[in-house]
Write a protein that binds this ligand. Structure first.
Ligand code: PXG
Ligand code: PLP
Length: 437
C-alpha cells in the first residue's frame, strides 16, 4: 500500500508512527491463516484478538450474515424487537451457569463493562440503598476503554492520560513471585482475596456496589486465578451484600476449556460480561447477562408498564446482523464441541509452552490456562515495552501473528488449531527469542 494512503486512519492501540513506517496489512483470512498484502501466509497465533476461536472464514457465519442483511438490515432496538434477538438471548441463557437468565446486548467488551457497572448501581438504588455506588476492581484488570471500564481497570497506561474517572478502589493482582512458571492455576494466593475485607472495613459495604474481575485476566498477560481465590471473593461479596461481576470478554465461550470461566472455576457471579467470541469476531457484539433477581428488581420498580425500567441501551444493541452471526457461531461452538476440545488439548499446549520457552533468553515467567498463554520478558533498562515489540516483529517476519502488550507476549491458539500448527508457532517463538538474545 502507498504509505500516504495510510495517513488518515488514526489507528487504535497502535504505535501509529512505527506502523505507518513499516505497515503490517492483513488482506484475507481462512481457518488459522491470514494472508498479508505481500501474499504471505501468516499463522494466526492469537485467534484474531481473542475473538476467533472457531477459525476464520467460517462459511456458516458468512451465509447467516448475508441472508440476514438482505432480509432485515436494521430494526430499532428501542421499543421494537426482531426474532433473532430473542433467539440469541435464549441461546446465551442456555449456555450460562446458575440463574444468569437475562441477556442485555451491547456492541463490545467496553460497552459490556460500562453497562454492567450501571446495572449494579441502579440495582442498589432500586433496592433502597442508593449509597452503594463504589466499585472494586483489581490491579492489572482490563475492562475496556470507556470511563467506567478504565476506572475499575488496573492498567496505568490506560488511565493516566484521562483524568478523573468514577469512584473505584483496586485489589492487588495475583502475580506472586512464588507463582512464577506455574502451570495452570497457581497454588498460592487465595488469601489475596481477603484484601476485599480490608476495603470493606475502609469504605464500608454500604458504599460498595460491586466487585468486578476477570476470572482469568487476559489482556495483562494471562493471569489464571489462584486455587480458591474466586471462591473466596464470592463468599466475601455474599457476606456483605456486594454484587460480583465477572468480565468474561476473553474467557467467555470456550477459551478456558468450558463455556465460561464461571463454569471452569466453579464460581457463579451475579453479572457476567461477554463479547469477542460470541460472534467469532465476525460482527461486533457484546452482552451482559444478569441473574434473575436483578432483572426482577428492575421490573418490580419500573412504574407504569409503558415506562422504561432501565434507561440504557445502544443504537446497535442486538443488531440483527450481529444476532445472526452470534447464532451461527454458537451453533458451531456447540456442535463441534470446541470447549471440550480445548480442555482435551490444553495439557499439550501447556507442556509445549513451558517446555519450549521457560529456558529461553529474557523469559522471566510463563503462564497458561486452557488455550491462553503468555510470557513475561525481562526489560531493557528503562524500556519495558521494547523487547515484546521486537519479538512480535520478528515473529511477523517469520509469518506468525502474536500479540504483544506491556512486558508480555500473548498466545491464544484457535480452538480448532492442530498440534503441528501449535508446534510451529511455539517453535518460531523459541527461535525468535534465541535470535534476539
Ligand atoms: N474486558 C475484557 C476482559 C477484555 O479482555 C474488554 C473488556 C474490552 O473489549 P472491547 O471489545 O471494547 O475491546 C476486553 C478486550 C490483549 C487485548 O492484548 C485484549 C483486549 C483488547 C485489546 C487487547 O489481550 N480485550
Ligand atoms: N451521540 C449522539 C448525538 C446520538 O444521537 C447518539 C445516539 O442516538 C449517540 C451519541 C449514541 O450512539 P450509540 O447508541 O450508537 O452508542
Amino acid at each position: 500500500m502507498d504509505k500516504k494512503a495510510l495517513e488518515a486512519h488514526w489507528m487504535p492501540y497502535t504505535g501509529n508512527r512505527q506502523f505507518k513506517a513499516d505497515p503490517r496489512i492483513i488482506t484475507s483470512a481462512q481457518d488459522v491463516w491470514y494472508t498479508d498484502d505481500r501474499g504471505r501466509k501468516i499463522l494466526d497465533g492469537h485467534s484474531g484478538l481473542w475473538t476467533s476461536g472457531l477459525g476464520h472464514g467460517r462459511e456458516e457465519i458468512s451465509v447467516a450474515v448475508g441472508q440476514q442483511i438482505r432480509e432485515l438490515d436494521f430494526a430499532p432496538p428501542f421499543q421494537f424487537g426482531h426474532p433473532k434477538a430473542f433467539e440469541l438471548a435464549n441461546r446465551v441463557k442456555e449456555l450460562m451457569p446458575g440463574d444468569l437468565d437475562y441477556v442485555f446486548f451491547t456492541n463490545s467488551g467496553s460497552e459490556s463493562a460500562d453497562t454492567s457497572l450501571k446495572m449494579a448501581r441502579a440495582y442498589w438504588r432500586l433496592q433502597g440503598q442508593p449509597t452503594k455506588t463504589r466499585f472494586i476492581g483489581r490491579m492489572k484488570g482490563y475492562h475496556g476503554v470507556n470511563f467506567g471500564g478504565i476506572s475499575v481497570g488496573g492498567i496505568a497506561a490506560n488511565r493516566k492520560f484521562f483524568g478523573q474517572g468514577i469512584e473505584a478502589d483496586h485489589l492487588r493482582h495475583t502475580m506472586l513471585p512464588e507463582n512464577q512458571f506455574s502451570r495452570g492455576m497457581p497454588e498460592q494466593g487465595a488469601e489475596l482475596a481477603d484484601e476485599l475485607n480490608e476495603m470493606i472495613a475502609l469504605h464500608d459495604a454500604s458504599t460498595i456496589a460491586a466487585v468486578i474481575v476477570e476470572p482469568m485476566a487476559g489482556s495483562a498477560g494471562v493471569i489464571p486465578p489462584p486455587v480458591g481465590y474466586l471462591q473466596r471473593l464470592r463468599e466475601i461479596c455474599d457476606a456483605n451484600d456486594i454484587l460480583l461481576i465477572f468480565d468474561e470478554v476473553i474467557t467467555g465461550f470456550g477459551r478456558c476449556g468450558a463455556l465460561t470461566g464461571a463454569d471452569e472455576f466453579g464460581v457463579v457471579p451475579d453479572i457476567l460480561n461477554v463479547a469477542k467470541q460470541i460472534t467469532n469476531g465476525a460482527v461486533p457484539m457484546g452482552a451482559v447477562i444478569a441473574k434473575a433477581s436483578i432483572y426482577e428488581m428492575f421490573m418490580a420498580h419500573g412504574g407504569p408498564d409503558y415506562a422504561l425500567e432501565f434507561a440504557h441501551g445502544y443504537t446497535y444493541s442486538a443488531h440483527p446482523v450481529a444476532c445472526a452471526a452470534g447464532l451461527a457461531a454458537l451453533d458451531i461452538l456447540t456442535r463441534e464441541e470446541l470447549p471440550q476440545r480445548v480442555a482435551a488439548e490444553a495439557p499439550y499446549f501447556e507442556a509445549l509452552l513451558h517446555d519450549s520457552l521457560a529456558d529461553k533468553p529474557h523469559v522471566s515467567d510463563v503462564r497458561n490456562y486452557g488455550f491462553a498463554g503468555a510470557l513475561t520478558l525481562a526489560s531493557y533498562p528503562g524500556e519495558p515495552l521494547r523487547r515484546p515489540f521486537e519479538v512480535a516483529m520478528r515473529m511477523w517476519e517469520k509469518g506468525f501473528l502474536v500479540r504483544y502488550g506491556g512486558d508480555t507476549i500473548q498466545l491464544a491458539p484457535m480452538f480448532v488449531m492442530a498440534r503441528d500448527e501449535m508446534d510451529s508457532l511455539i517453535g518460531a517463538l523459541a527461535q525468535s527469542l534465541e535470535e534476539l538474545a
